[in-house]
Design a protein around this ligand. Structure first.
Ligand code: XMP
Length: 640
């Protein structure tokens, strides 16, 4: 479309708000009292990362708001630019193609990522096919380094890929702005495309994830240079917005908050205290029996130090949780039961204290919602404990207060700092609500060989290319591939290879070997001939073994000064015995991340690995030790 035609198209629409500076209105994020902000719309097609795009834009001082694909075109008039997110849908198959296409008639720049990139290519006469999939890191070769989208960036940039479909031809007016080269040396065309006439652009990669090293700059270039937005939004302004919203929602009622001691619920507690006053805030800390060594005692001490203990209640409900988990092996069923037990215990305590009419407070953050499939299109990767059906019902009835539900961990920490929380509270490693429950894999003792035959055939040759030996394991763990839940097998790798080479091997294996979503590196000795599955449930004895293993790992990270470099480090007990060993296998999973939506494994120094191996093998019930070397995607941070 020519610039003139674009303007005609824009004139066809009813007059919108004044196009330059828009007066923000409730209940959007723009509900800050005095400032008028330039805004960007992020269309959420259900990719894992739509909200992440909004966050990255806000971090650059521009207000970004999530919009749905079927919102009427008028809803898009207040924005100076539009970003179209990725999606689990396939553009090649025409999936999810019934969205508001009139956005393409608007006279504002549009940038699409992954599915959004493919939709833009298609709309303007290009071709998208099913194939050419890539996962993980790739190198983007920028063909037009002068283009405003790539201002200040290198000619070759590390980017992050997660797709099945690819653009193979462009329509009139579009040109290729960059192509990618992946680990094995394969070239993928049209990784970045654009038309300055239409002001439409697309990236096959995900600039919003932290593994696209300068992705935030690319997004900022679009927002500030291409759309011309003025950066006026800030976290302080947002804090005022949250406090206002809490007051509005709660009215003259009170809140009963589930407080695990993690940074999310602790920041939520401080905000609720600020909004409502200490009298109207009750905290409940539940020991679910799935906590770390001495965790509850430390949490109660921390609340006292933060002076959040005026209405602090504590209950040891470990019996309830163990009973609910008896005989359950399926990961999603375990999550549901843990979530439901939280609600039952909470309701029982509320009745006992005579405060059952209080609203339920939770420190839910955005990834909890998106991974539970909580936006209309997102696939359920894993059900988070604060998103089980009973809670969803309470949310629908307006009985749940979640002040942080739009934020990521890194933003929660920033808020925590602004609220004056001490460093130890802010920098505690994230610990999942279901605790060790999702790190204690269970089995009925039978080998789980679903989809393993193809893997076993293809695996040895791929691993040998990297000088490694590989054994596909007859159990499964949760992962995420191209925005969809993957429940697939891990592979145990044995051999000496440089770290980068190991990562290349993992990338090649998870990409090309069917049914594999994770790789672990054998730390305990010879390559095993086989792995035996042991019958194992959630028992006090196994929890005790895992608790001690977790304490060994966390102590080691502190002792070697690695607890900041490592963002989170689950320790997982897997009911597998290698060869003739008696004990189970402990997997250590140190990752680097910022928002938990993506993660990369951490290369621990050899002396730390030796220390971990020796200390863990010395524990009763442990027969083997392995290091998880998988990025997210394709493996999630937790194993269940
Ligand atoms: P995954 O395993 O999905 O985890 O990559 C992403 C982040 O979320 C944490 N996690 C949870 N946190 N309730 C929580 O409060 C849950 O049910 C839950 N499941 C995972 C996980 O530890 C990581 O930081």
């Amino acid at each position: 479309m020519s610039a003139g035609a674009r303007q005609d198209a824009a004139r066809d629409f009813p007059p919108g708000p004044e196009p330059d500076i828009i007066r923000a209105s409730a209940p959007s994020l723009s509900n800050h009292r005095t400032v008028n902000h330039h805004r960007i719309a992020v269309i959420d097609f259900g990719g894992q990362y739509a909200h992440l795009i909004a966050t990255k834009i806000r971090r650059r001082g521009v207000l970004a708001e999530i919009r749905q694909p079927e919102d009427p075109v008028e809803a898009f008039l207040p924005y100076r630019g539009i970003v179209i997110s990725g999606s689990p849908s396939l553009a090649s198959h025409g999936e999810d193609s019934a969205y508001t296409k009139e956005i393409y008639d608007l006279d504002v720049p549009i940038l699409g990522f992954c599915f959004g990139h493919q939709e833009i290519a298609k709309h303007y006469g290009g071709t998208v096919v099913h194939g050419g999939r890539e996962w993980g890191r790739a190198l983007l070769h920028v063909l037009e380094t002068e283009h405003p989208l790539f201002a200040g960036l290198d000619p070759v940039e590390q980017v992050w890929m997660s797709h099945y479909d690819s653009v193979t031809a462009l329509g009139p007016g579009f040109r290729e702005l960059g192509y990618t080269v992946t680990g094995g040396g394969d070239e993928h065309r049209f990784a970045a495309i654009g038309s300055d006439v239409h002001r439409r652009y697309g990236f096959q990669f995900h600039p919003e994830v932290d593994d696209t090293l300068h992705g935030e700059e690319m997004i900022a270039n679009f927002v500030l240079r291409v759309c011309g937005c003025r950066p006026t939004w800030s976290m302080e302004a947002y804090l005022d917005t949250i406090v206002d919203r809490v007051r509005e929602q709660v009215g003259d009622r009170s809140v009963f908050l589930l407080a695990s001691g993690g940074v999310d619920s602790t920041v939520a507690a401080v905000i609720l205290g600020r909004a409502l006053g200490p009298e109207r805030l009750h905290l409940l800390h539940i020991d679910n029996g799935l906590m770390r060594l001495d965790e509850s005692a430390q949490v109660l001490k921390m609340f006292a130090e933060l002076r959040l203990d005026r209405n602090l209640h504590f209950v040891d409900a470990s019996e309830d949780f163990l009973r609910a988990l008896e005989g359950v092996t399926d990961p999603e069923e375990k999550r549901r039961r843990i979530g439901n037990t939280f609600v039952e215990v909470f309701q029982r305590e509320a009745r006992r204290l005579g405060i059952e009419r209080h609203l339920l407070g939770q420190g839910t953050i955005y990834p909890d919602t998106i991974e539970t499939g909580g936006t209309r299109r997102a696939d359920t990767i894993k059900t988070h404990h604060n998103r089980v059906p009973v809670i969803e019902r309470m949310i629908a009835e307006g009985r749940v207060v979640e002040p942080l539900a739009e934020l990521y961990k890194v933003e929660v920490r920033e808020l925590g700092r602004k609220l004056g929380l001490p460093d130890e509270a802010i920098h505690r490693h994230p610990f999942p609500g279901p605790g060790l429950g999702v790190r204690l894999l269970c089995s009925d003792g039978r080998e789980d060989r679903a989809g393993l035959a193809g893997a076993e055939e293809a695996l040895p040759a791929v691993a040998a290319r990297f000088g490694l030996r590989a054994l596909a394991l007859p159990i499964r763990s949760v992962g995420v591939k191209a925005d969809l839940r993957a429940y697939e097998h891990p592979v145990l790798l044995t051999g000496e290879a440089p770290w980068e080479r190991i990562l290349e091997a993992v990338s090649a294996i998870t990409k090309t070997v069917p049914g594999i979503n994770r790789c672990v590196l054998n730390l305990s000795g010879e390559h095993p001939r086989r792995a035996r599955v042991l019958p194992a449930g959630v028992t006090r004895a196994r929890l005790e073994t895992l608790r001690r293993a977790d304490a060994v790992v966390m102590d080691a990270l502190r002792r070697f000064g690695l607890d900041r470099r490592v963002w989170q480090c689950p320790t997982v007990l897997v009911p597998l015995a290698l060869d003739d060993a008696d004990g189970e296998t402990v997997v250590v999973r140190p990752v680097r991340s910022e928002r938990a939506m993506t993660a990369t494994p951490v290369d621990l120094p050899p002396e730390v690995l030796r220390h971990l191996r020796d200390e863990l093998l010395a524990l009763e019930g442990v027969g083997a030790v392995a290091l998880d070397v998988t990025s997210k995607p394709p493996g999630t941070i937790e194993w269940e």
